[in-house]
Design a protein around this ligand. Structure first.
Ligand code: FAD
Length: 501
């Protein structure tokens, strides 16, 4: 039997146990969904959907998603150990392929050391940073598992079960807004690797794919900077920022198309300001930090929205190579930093923002040049900053609020980075958001957020291969057809199921 239960937010699991015992006796129960109800703020409630009585046995990932295993499938090479590459390798291994997973960066532990050293003033390593290394861009991230992709309930369940198997908190199976946190992701990706190794997958780090192997017009594996990996099945899952690889694929004749994408910056507020607006209180015992998701139309009609909100989180320098200045947001499971941040983004068409870029690769070059511009202005990984009223007119503030960013925040006239029409639209959006969240327009604007969605799409043929390169498959954010941890993981899983397994 399914039933709804509402308890004051901050109630413990014991409170839920007791309530269920009182109403339904001592039989087993399962939480199907848990969400926060703030409609009567400052009174907040946890809403639970509960199943009681005879419960179906919890499925294992393997039972939920059966994969036919066959002998003699041959060798598969998967490039990229992010969510897409990981789940592609998982499925191909279950289907009977002899799988090699290639990652250009180092294992997670070493990667963490490199990032910490960078944030203390060391060099930014071009294969070991917030974008590259074991687990991909998803490792040192916020670890939100929300996704706007529709019709993925079975795949989503499979991925969540795997993550719990690797040590993610069990609550991600039922929370309406599941969140793993960077500290848990660090352990999770290593457990995932251990599982693949025990199942016979050959996981290789520090292998940067620089080209494809071709045989009679078909892709027959990959070449890295140190080795060759011939394969019967080749799948790339290189993520958003694999610009050198995209250029190589283009030169090889892969079909690319530029598409609408989003540009903007991070905005950071004191966590308590957001809590007050969303909960009516600065803190609620038992709750971590308040979330928001906002969307509005600027005066011009352009869509402006917030994205990848990190309650109680940090803004981080997420450049994928030296000389670029890009920001993103992360949080730990506890979500306990004094700040909350989110991307504020405008949907743009490539021809509006880069009018001279007449080919997909010219769009890529222009995007990289934009990411380099902030670095060139500041000469380092310090981050440009301003306040919302200063956006359109380019006002320079003599001082800015404190920030979670690990490097100094330098006041900058954002007109040196973005065109005025874009700043006006983003500014309009922030004014509208301030009608929903009081004080939103007092936030600190930081850096450039350029990686929330891909500017290019790699075209796939009806058989799922990369158009122009038979025998090659691509999945995840790098394909331009997915974005975010869950949707990229689902894409990797689906492409492997549909074209390999
Ligand atoms: C700081 C940060 C926070 C984020 N927070 C969230 C969040 O909370 N929720 C969410 O849904 N999304 C979040 N994202 C986005 C999310 O991480 C990505 O959408 C997702 O990881 C994409 O998965 P992917 O497997 O397609 O690619 P990636 O995770 O980018 O993985 C690609 C991998 O391929 C490797 N690679 C690239 N080129 C080569 C090559 N030539 N040879 C060998 N290996 C190569 C890279 O090193 C990388 O490890 C965040 C991203 C960042 C940077």
């Amino acid at each position: 039997m399914e039933t709804e239960i509402s308890l004051p937010a901050g109630s413990s699991r014991e409170d839920l146990d007791r309530t269920i015992r009182q109403r339904f006796g001592t039989g087993p129960y399962r939480i199907l969904r848990q969400s926060l109800d703030a409609r009567r703020k400052p009174k907040l409630f946890w809403k639970y959907r509960i199943s009681t009585g005879v419960l179906p046995v919890s499925p294992s990932p393997e039972h939920l998603l059966p994969v036919a295993r066959r002998q003699g499938r041959g060798r598969a090479v998967v490039v990229g150990s992010g969510p897409a590459g990981f789940f592609a390798a998982d499925i191909l291994n279950r289907a009977g392929f002899s799988v090699t997973l290639l990652e250009q960066g180092p294992p997670a532990r070493e990667r963490r050391g490199d990032i910490l050293s960078f944030e203390k003033g060391g060099p930014l390593l071009d294969r070991s940073n917030y974008a590259f290394g074991e687990g991909g861009a998803g490792t040192f991230s916020d670890g939100k598992l929300t996704s706007r992709t529709k019709h993925i309930s079975m795949e989503r369940e499979y991925i969540r079960l795997r993550y719990v198997q690797y040590g993610a908190p069990e609550e991600i199976l039922w929370m309406a807004h599941p969140h793993i946190g960077s500290n848990n992701l660090f352990t999770l990706v290593q457990q995932g690797r251990q599982d693949l190794l025990e199942r016979g997958v050959d996981v290789r780090f520090r292998q940067r794919v620089v080209d494809l192997l071709m045989h009679r017009g078909r892709c027959s594996g990959v070449r890295t900077d140190t080795d060759e990996f011939p394969a019967d099945y080749t799948l790339l899952a290189p993520g958003h920022s694999a610009f050198p690889l995209f250029r190589r694929l283009y030169a090889r004749g892969a079909g690319f198309q530029s598409k609408g994408f989003s540009l903007g910056f991070r905005i950071e507020h004191p966590r308590e300001l957001i809590n007050r607006a969303q909960w009516g209180r600065e803190s609620v015992p038992g709750l971590k930090a308040a979330e928001y998701r906002l969307a509005a139309k600027a005066e011009s009609g352009r869509g402006i929205y917030t994205f990848c909100m990190c309650p109680g989180g940090f803004v981080v320098p997420a450049a994928w190579r030296e000389g670029l200045n890009i920001v993103n947001g992360v949080s730990m499971y506890e979500r306990s930093s004094p700040w909350s941040n989110a991307a504020v983004l405008a949907a743009v068409k490539p021809e509006e923002i880069f009018p001279k870029a007449d080919t997909p690769m010219a769009v890529l070059d222009s995007l990289e040049a934009l990411e380099a511009r902030a670095f060139e202005h500041l000469g380092a990984y310090q981050v440009p900053g301003t306040l919302p009223p200063g956006l359109p007119g380019g006002r320079l503030y003599s001082s800015l609020p404190q920030s979670s960013f690990p490097f100094p925040v330098v006041p900058l006239d954002y007109r040196q980075l973005y065109p005025e029409w874009l700043l006006q639209d983003l500014s309009d959006g922030i004014s509208r958001f301030a009608r929903q969240i009081r004080g939103f327009d007092t936030g600190l604007i930081l850096g450039l957020e350029t990686t929330s969605s891909a500017a290019l799409k790699i075209l796939r043929s009806d058989s799922g291969e990369v158009l122009g390169i038979p025998g090659l498959y691509i999945a995840g954010e790098g394909s331009g057809s997915a974005g975010g941890i869950m949707s990229s993981a689902v894409d990797g899983l689906r492409i492997a199921l549909q074209t390999g397994a």
